[in-house]
Design a protein around this ligand. Structure first.
Ligand code: FAD
Length: 596
């Protein structure tokens, strides 16, 4: 049976020692978000995740959702768990108090979502999609729409969906065919078929509120002609069914307890959200939060997978250590003695702890971007979030899958069979690299949109603090092992950015060909920056003989930071070389030659 324990001490280290999230309580509306309050919430959240969501994760995977003539049922225990979850207010954490939310900082929601995804990613999809719908409405809905829908979405009495994908289009939403015809009373009739809709139909809530992309009759061609509509399953005033039906559910590789639905809309009544033809733009403004949410799925799965890998590696006895027996009283040594197993464990640990720091850092800047009184500070924070969101989404989901895969490897044959539960993590993690914009599209977003935006203004929000940190600490003897590799990889990253910008101007395929390597390189440098800062704090704590945590906590941080610098960050060098190689080897081969 798999295990999961919320990594509260590590979460607190990031929130308080690294990020000092207590500073957020000075922002308007966040007065209650003191460090103690945040800790209490996370401790209570951990109990729900460990005690309510985690126990139904493996059974949910085995049973999956079922479809019967338009009705979708979630696996056994999901409805009771959902009730506990909503009654505990976990759907309301970061929602606006004006509509019944708790109004806590996003970074608290970010931390909670890590735990819920570790405990049960399928379950977390339901409130996750609701949050996406909530944000789209909050940012773009009229007051009337907000008053009508937000309170019940926040309590979780109703759930939400995001209906974008159609059979012939996923990435290229400009191709959608779903139609919206205006009616006399200001509403629209929506007709079309959407596929792959998470939480499109299920038995957890009274009503399901669909956010649907569709085209008006006078819509311009392509992505500039898409509008966003809100379409409830049941009309709110009359309670009548709204001709929204589920045609089937998908049978898929993972997240089997999350219903993935074909949704049919037949003259379903909907209301416009935001301006006509600006639907894609409206979706994009809420996407930072949604993509960060998917990045948390990568971290969440990575964390639970690595916890299981570690437990197994301490327990499983095979062979003797290369330098002599470590457990001579036993028939063999635990596999944790073997260098290769250690490498897999440390890769996992260094990813999880570094990515936690990176994603919470971004989560905190969502709060600063929203609430800080100074407009320039808000803008700077918004720029940093925009820049790092595709990086968090793509890197953390790539690595979440990689770490789940390592957990399977650490378990050997026992990882491949169901009993230990880790093969589920690999299957569940895989989708996060695909939805909410594939990771290839995240890389294009970084290179094609974010990098050059406002003459590199977004880039500067990352480059400046890294440079300042390097300059401030480069003479510190004890930090050499962290600052030097960071500085080296950071210089290469800047060089790569300039090269891509120059080459991309002449030939856009050059930018496209460099994009995924550049995103990975960027992510590694960002992780290096996080690890160098964490190492600095750990070193200070050890120097001060701090008694707030056992010394081994800080020793562990330093050793993991060293591992990251020596064994993970050097990947930036090969990525740099691949970027510099240019597009030719990708683009010169013809379609016929591919098949030859
Ligand atoms: C389990 C599950 C849940 C989902 N939930 C939802 C949901 O709730 N709502 C919703 O609307 N959708 C949902 N989706 C759909 C998902 O968002 C899409 O599958 C995804 O956006 C990719 O679209 P596609 O499958 O059509 O792939 P395609 O767009 O056909 O892409 C295929 C490949 O081509 C690449 N590609 C495409 N264009 C480019 C380009 N310009 N440059 C480089 N590479 C490119 C892609 O990166 C990908 O590797 C879900 C899908 C699944 C499987």
């Amino acid at each position: 049976m798999p295990i999961y324990k919320a990594p509260l001490e590590n979460m607190k280290f990031v929130l308080h020692d690294l990020l000092n999230v207590g500073q957020l309580s000075e922002l308007e509306g966040y007065g209650d978000a003191t460090p103690d309050m945040i800790d209490n919430i996370l401790e209570e959240g951990a109990k729900v995740c460990e005690g309510v969501l985690f126990p139904i994760n493996q059974s949910g995977d085995e049973e999956g959702c079922t479809f019967d003539n338009g009705t979708v049922r979630t696996p056994k225990g999901f409805d009771e768990a959902y009730k506990t979850f909503t009654e505990g207010g976990w759907t309301a954490l970061s929602a606006e108090p004006e509509y019944g939310g708790m109004g806590l900082p996003h970074v608290v929601g970010t931390a909670f979502s890590e735990m819920s995804c570790s405990a049960n990613m399928s379950f977390a999809m339901y409130p996750g999609l609701t949050e996406g719908a909530y944000r789209a409405l909050l940012l773009h809905g009229t007051d009337e729409l907000k008053q009508t829908y937000l309170p019940n979405l926040i309590t979780g009495q109703w759930s939400g969906t995001m209906c974008l994908t159609e059979p012939h289009c996923g990435t290229d939403l400009g191709l959608i065919r779903t139609k919206a015809i205006p009616t006399d009373n200001g509403a629209y009739k929506i007709t079309g078929t959407k596929i792959f809709i998470s939480a499109g139909e299920h038995n957890l809530t009274e009503n399901i509120i669909h956010l649907v992309l569709a085209k008006l009759p006078d819509a311009p061609e392509g992505a500039k002609g898409i509008s966003l509509f809100i379409v409830p399953k049941f009309l709110v005033d009359s309670g009548a069914a709204n001709h929204v039906s589920c045609g089937s559910i998908e049978h898929k590789m993972g997240i089997k307890a999350s219903a993935t639905c074909v949704m049919n809309f037949e003259d379903s009544i909907g209301w416009l959200v935001g301006e006509p033809h600006k639907g894609l733009k409206a979706m994009f403004t809420m996407m930072n939060a949604a993509r960060l949410g998917v990045g948390m799925q990568g971290l969440g799965i990575g964390e639970v997978a690595w916890q299981n890998g570690l437990a197994y590696a301490k327990d499983r006895l095979q062979m003797r250590a290369l330098d002599g027996a470590k457990a001579p009283d036993k028939p063999a040594d635990p596999i944790i003695v073997h260098p290769d197993v250690r490498k897999m464990l440390l890769t996992s640990k260094a990813f999880c702890e570094g990515a936690r720091a990176l994603s919470y850092w971004v989560g905190m800047h969502l709060d600063i971007a929203e609430k800080h009184p100074d407009p320039q500070t808000r803008q700077n924070a918004d720029d940093l979030v925009a820049l790092l969101t595709p990086i968090v989404k793509a890197y953390q989901t790539d690595m979440g899958f990689e770490v789940a895969n390592l957990a399977v490897q650490i378990h050997g044959g026992h990882g491949y069979i169901r009993e230990y539960g880790v093969e589920q993590y690999a299957r569940d993690a895989r989708i996060a690299m695909i939805y909410e914009g594939t990771n290839g599209i995240q890389a294009l977003d970084l290179v094609g949109r974010k990098m050059g935006q406002n003459y590199g203004r977004l880039l500067r929000q990352f480059f400046h603090p890294v440079l300042e940190f390097i300059e401030a600490n480069q003479d510190d003897e004890k930090l050499q092992g962290y600052i030097f590799p960071l500085a080296k990889s950071f210089a290469k990253l800047q060089q790569a950015a300039v090269q891509i910008a120059l080459k991309g101007l002449k030939d856009p395929n050059e930018a496209g060909a460099a994009s995924t390597d550049f995103l990975r390189m960027f992510a590694l440098v960002a992780m290096g920056y996080m690890w160098a800062q964490m190492a600095k704090i750990a070193q200070q704590k050890l120097d001060e003989n701090a008694s707030d945590r056992p010394r081994e906590f800080y020793e562990s941080k330093l050793k993991t930071a060293t591992f990251f610098m020596e064994r993970m960050l050097p990947e930036t060098e090969s990525r740099f070389r691949m970027i510099m190689a240019g597009a030719d080897s990708l683009m010169s081969i013809t379609e016929d030659e591919f098949a030859a």
